[in-house]
Write a protein that binds this ligand. Sequence first.
Ligand code: HEM
Length: 409
Amino acid sequence: MTTDSTPESDPFAEFDAAAGIGAVRDPYPVWAELRAQTPVHAGSLAERFGVASVEDALLTQTPYTPLTYAAVQQILRDGETFSSAGYANTIGLVFGHSILEMDEPEHHAYRALIQQAFTRKAMETWEAEIVRPVVERHVAEFRDRGSADLVRELLFPFPVTVIAEMIGLPTEDLPAFHKKAVELISIASNIETGLNASAWLYDYFQGIITERRAAPRHDLISVLAQAELDGQRLTDDEIIAFLRLLLPAGAETTYRSSSNLMIGLLSNPDQLAALRDDRSLMPQAIEEGIRWDPPLTSIGRTCTRDTVVEGVLIPAGSPVHVCMAAANRDPARWDRPDEFDLHRDPKQHMAFAFGPHMCLGMHLARMETAVAVNAVLDLPGLALDPTAEDVHVSGLAFRAPAALPVVFG
Ligand code: HEM
């Protein structure tokens, strides 16, 4: 396989720059200040964060940003009033007509078909046959060295490898697939690159779908090609839109959330020790990590009729930037919301969204994170590298640490 990549372009660095990684270190104080004034902020926030927003520049109506838990929950639970169709004009340009931009009843019918690939049985098989071996392979590369950058050497590459194996892609295609998928979601900064990547992925996936329709295997593409509900099947276009979405939805998020969780643990050594010694705390540690610093801070909706949310009128037609990260630190719901504390009583948070579009891959994300974090905790004496300076999470739309240097052994 060949790619049209130029050696000097680094889509990962470009994407991080477009996502505000490095530029915005800690958006939480701004959200907290605004939330103390109003549950739903009217107006663009790009200026407050000193980032240029291409999307905001194109808006013809004032955007609204819900910041409290109650406001975010009310909006996400009501897909009829707060439509997802606006994605068609942004990320839909490169994904195609994906589940993300569908409203009811189309969304429900499509989701029921896709869900057939995400059964409990599939999860067990993926854990044993894909996730564990992939994680072990990565950890084996650095286990005897006594030091590693957990982001570069494990948490960034492993979820992409898992998704590619789940889909059933040939191993040698992985680097090109990963690069194209990152270029795809860089449309906000480079529309031409995004559209080219979209066309490239269309041809690439269509070839594989044709092969799997003729000779099915035990992979996701084969399951999607055969999924049926009330006599309805998925077309090639529908399968391709889903596959284009999967890598950004499934791999980018899991890499970032598992990295943020590891930062929470490594910067709180008492909690790291508690989890290392009692692995039954793992589910609540994962939920706390993703509450405390979710990988994706906001999602988009459009208000379809004049609606009052927590006392604020959102006029029909307004774009809504639903800020799950701000909701997850609402002091009305959590004590000491800015602190990472895995001993909290687990409560519903908004990191996986809520309502009809609630994340389809959340059980997979949790399972993958548990496998990776368990493997890391097995490294004896694991700690942040004491010579490393200022290891931290950053980013506005997407959040993650740039590196996670650790020592052990
Ligand atoms: C920690 C990791 C993850 C986080 C924080 C996350 C977060 C989210 C959020 C916030 C949404 C709602 C998007 C919207 O409505 O605008 C969503 C939807 C979705 N996620 Fe995830 N996700 C994660 C992992 C995954 C994984 C591993 C998969 C792989 C299958 C996945 C697949 C999807 C899909 C297909 C949707 C669309 C569902 C729909 O529109 O009905 N996600 N996710």
